[in-house]
Design a protein around this ligand. Structure first.
Ligand SMILES: [Zn+2]
Length: 418
């Protein structure tokens, strides 16, 4: 659907307006609990940018509000759009019986760019319906340059429509054989001299990510990859699905914006992240889908780490793109409070993507990326599961999803068919 543009908007009467206002740093400790909630709140938006957030009685009396188009949020929660800070959405769906190792990676390399683009648009629209307004998308073909560049070009084509996409080039998970690993460790030259500079020059990715498992033979390669990314001014991320120590140490050393997964983070990793700038991005749906171990969210928060959340959406491995379900899992499986989970799914996720200056909270000067939810208290997000509570999604002040009505049925349709 074509988004509708309205230049000045007044959203008024929200039962709870969650602004997430606060410091410019990632939120940690008690700050993770502070949602900047305003009862009976209103927002004034001009040309897609937030001008004011405050109590309805004050905002509706501002001069610009008098000519604005009004949207009632009576009885509802208004909050920032979700920032999904970790996805693999380009992966093709594979039936679960097809468990051949590497099958989905192979499919990703062989599928055409056009087909990927069509599929990506379908997922992005579904994300908009579920309240996501900014999403990070990882590739995962490297070191196959052509396939990797194909994925990055697809991301370029779907950028901004309707969501903001933060593209990340992810160096694929290493092979298990020793010979193949040796081959991999010889990739440094190509990565440093050719691939990453090309990505940077063409502005194809914001982040360089590395799939870092505890394979010491490759740690020098990963170090160099991150060092080159740093020297080129590309953001850094580290994928830590297995034992995390090496991954966490590398992430902190190379100033990564985030280290992600962390299901196996131990006490040392937790302490290290507690005193670092690197955000810990946690992905409870990955654990739920595999019926596996969850990341130690409570211990990370208590140690002072800045925690963010993401879906890890991958149609094959983690088939959910609903950030509301992630908040539910973060609360009921990882011991986070509803306020911490909301903060981790918005402003801290924006920090993990380096875009917290534009999105993640509802403060003057920021993009009007917001949700109107069919609940009257945000804590209901931690109660419902798998539901879609989004009434409206707005991106840069445009309505990109508007809940439709269930079609009224004629009386004859209500009779049983038999
Ligand atoms: Zn992942």
């Amino acid at each position: 659907m074509e988004p509708r543009t309205i230049s000045t908007l007044l959203i008024r009467g929200a039962r709870q307006l969650l602004t997430l206002r606060g410091t410019r740093q990632p939120r940690r400790g008690p700050a993770l609990q502070q949602l900047g909630a305003i009862p009976d709140g209103a927002l004034l938006i001009e040309d897609g940018v937030l001008v004011e957030a405050g109590p309805t009685r004050r905002v509706e009396n501002l001069a610009q509000a008098r000519t604005a188009i009004e949207i009632s949020a009576a009885g509802r929660v208004v909050m920032p759009g979700f920032v999904d800070s970790h996805t693999h959405l380009l992966f093709p769906f594979r039936p679960s019986c097809d468990s051949e190792p590497g099958a989905s990676e192979h499919a990703l390399r062989s599928v055409t760019g056009m087909r990927l683009e069509t599929q990506a648009r379908v997922h992005l629209e579904a994300m908009a319906r579920h309240g996501t307004t900014t999403v990070e998308v990882k590739t995962e073909c490297g070191p196959e340059s052509e396939a990797e560049l194909k994925l990055l070009r697809v991301l370029e084509a779907v950028k901004w429509r309707p969501l903001d996409i933060v593209p990340t080039t992810l160096l694929a998970s290493p092979p298990s054989g020793v010979a193949e690993q040796q081959q991999w460790s010889g990739l440094d030259q190509w990565l440093a001299g050719e691939f990453l500079p090309k990505v940077k020059r063409r502005r194809l990715a914001s982040f360089a990510d590395v799939f870092c498992e505890n394979i010491s033979a490759l740690s020098e390669s990963w170090s160099r990859y991150l060092a080159v990314a740093q020297s080129l001014g590309l953001g850094r991320k580290v994928h830590a699905e297995g034992p995390a120590s090496e991954a966490v140490a590398l992430a902190v050393k190379y100033g990564a914006a985030s280290v992600d997964h962390l299901e196996y983070a131990g006490p040392e990793d937790i302490a290290r992240l507690g005193s670092s700038e690197t955000v810990a991005t946690l992905l409870p749906a990955a654990s739920f889908h595999r019926d596996a171990r969850y990341a130690p969210a409570r211990a990370l928060i208590d140690a002072g780490a800045a925690v963010a959340l993401g879906t890890n959406f991958n149609p094959h491995h983690t088939p959910t793109l609903n950030m509301q379900a992630i908040i539910k899992l973060a609360c009921c499986r990882m011991g986070m409070t509803p306020a911490e989970a909301v903060c981790a799914a918005t402003i801290n996720a924006a920090h993990a993507l380096g875009c917290a200056g534009r999105v993640g909270s509802l403060e003057p000067g920021k993009s009007a990326d917001l949700l109107i939810l069919n609940i009257s208290d945000y804590r209901e997000l931690a109660h419902h599961f798998g539901m879609n509570l989004v009434h409206r999604t707005m991106k840069r002040g445009e309505i990109i999803w508007d809940e439709g009505q269930v079609a009224p049925r004629a009386p004859k349709d209500l009779r049983p068919a038999w």
